[in-house]
Design a protein around this ligand. Structure first.
Ligand code: MN
Length: 232
């Protein structure tokens, strides 16, 4: 029997709507600048090949249906940004997956927030250094319950939105993704072998901005369970 020097970290998991079993998280992949108007607001134009960064699995904060999850205002930043995103949950792994075959690898979808220490990310970008400190910090990946793919409706033409304290901040449509879900899976699976349990944060539309302590974020993608997160 294997023994460990200390108790291994618990499996990070996300609830699945209407199912007793939870979705165990393997990795969190994120797509950068995947809506044109967000690319523009970040100072970029045009369709560039998709690019990816990762967050650690234990950056997940589950926002249960109908409840308010809490995230602490993180250290080192004075410019914490919200990015509302459609999240794809991978149920069947693979490498070199063709876009035409991507659907059968998808377990379900959820609403997620790619919380970002924007000042640190911007500083790292300027210096040509990795974004980790801006993107992959503790509790940087709130997520709602996963809806099974078959029950998610027309997710590829779904409105996506985020409100802060009841006011609109982000409002767009998943149809405006530069690289759609299938194309993203194709590109990602050339770079890494996808595994069951992988989550893909597919990118955020325009309207990103700062939140402060005490703010309540409410976001959704039509057809999925919305999430509510308070910054403490
Ligand atoms: Mn993002």
């Amino acid at each position: 029997m294997t023994t460990y020097a200390f108790a291994p970290a618990p499996v990070v998991s996300v609830p699945v709507l209407g199912r007793p079993e939870r979705f165990p998280v393997h990795r969190i992949y994120c797509v950068g600048r995947n809506y044109e108007d967000h690319a523009k607001e970040m100072g970029f134009t045009g369709r560039e090949p998709p690019f990816f960064f990762l967050k650690p699995a234990d950056a997940i904060v589950v926002a249960e249906a109908g409840q308010t999850a809490t995230i602490p205002y993180p250290s080192l930043t004075s410019n914490l940004h919200h990015e509302i995103e459609l999240v794809v949950a991978i149920g069947t792994g693979g490498r070199d997956i063709r876009a035409a075959d991507a659907a059968r690898h998808i377990y379900g979808y959820a609403v997620g927030l790619d919380m970002t220490r924007r000042d640190l990310q911007t500083d790292m970008k300027k210096q040509g250094r990795p974004w980790c400190i801006g993107k992959a910090y503790d509790k940087s990946a709130p997520i709602g319950p996963i809806t099974l793919a078959a029950q998610a409706g027309d997710i590829h033409n779904a409105p996506i939105w985020l409100q802060v304290n009841g006011s609109d901040r982000q409002r767009s449509n998943v149809a405006k993704l530069i690289w759609n879900v299938a194309e993203t899976i194709e590109h990602l699976s050339h770079a890494w072998e996808l595994q069951p349990g992988d989550l893909i944060y597919t990118g955020t539309p325009e309207g990103v901005g700062a939140v402060v302590r005490g703010d309540t974020l409410n976001g959704g993608v039509e057809g999925l369970t919305p999430i509510t997160v308070k910054v403490a």
